[in-house]
Design a protein around this ligand. Sequence first.
Ligand SMILES: [Zn+2]
Length: 337
Amino acid sequence: MEELSGTVLAGRSFDPIRGRVVVADGRIEAVEETDTTSTDIIVPAFVNAHTHIGDSVAKDAAAGLSLDEAVVPPDSLKHRQLAAADRSELVSAMRRTLRLMRRTGTVSCLDFREQGVEGARALREAATADVADAFILGSGDPAVLDVADGYGASGANDADFADERAACAERGVPFAIHAGEPDATDIHPALDYDPDLLVHMVHAQQAHLDRVAEQSVPIVACPRANAVLDVGTPPIRELVDHTTVALGTDNVMLNPPSMFREMSYTVTRFDVTAREVLRMATTAGAEIAGLDCGVIEPGRRAALVVLDGDSDNLAGSADPVEAVVRRATELDVKRVV
Ligand SMILES: [Zn+2]
């Protein structure tokens, strides 16, 4: 049994309480108000809800390129570099990215893994116990579902995914798909698959939002990646008003998988509160993947980040939620449980 003391951002509303979190056998046993002198801030560990970890073999190779040139299958720079990488190089590069994620407070990522069954196997191998978990959304033949946790489709304009969608339904696993990244043309076709998750929705219009609400489809927004690729600005306020929205850092090729950077960018650029952004970075992604974390409450898996509230960066902040979302960086992470 272990006790973590300080300011705890507890429950689904992240209401700060001064006290402690009691952890036993990897689970949260109690969250209690008590006197404490600790200046630590205890936050749910992050869930990075959209990544392409395979890009770890192509970091920064696409600087200045367009969406098509950089990442669109099958001929983009990314896919050429993935094809050229040997397997051990790929596994090692992915493991290093997962290790960085773990050290910087991310317990799990929802990864769109290219390269079919072999690609999914390589990520399984990379995701060892000491690094962040990968919830693998595989690609290629539906047989990838023997290895992956669900399916990640590139986009409804790229191919017909009816078989893959049906295979997911049969197995009861999520079918996720990119939609509305360069333009709106693939959004209705993506929604026609009745997906379990949409990624991007930069160009979502009211008719799309109405369908999203009606079908209760969660969305992952990746605003920094959208900025790098210059595809537009997602309507995050409107998305949040219509459904569950999570945050993802998208291609490792384009951006480091830093939830601190993604949170501060989102709260700065969009009409959303720090609490909403913290929910997008923790609870929302956990719920989408059915992970038992993302909220500090008794009975949950103890996946927690301990920040140093007395660091040179965070000392003296008037509001711990604002401090975590707007100001904190990887340097403020004291410990990841
Ligand atoms: Zn993506």
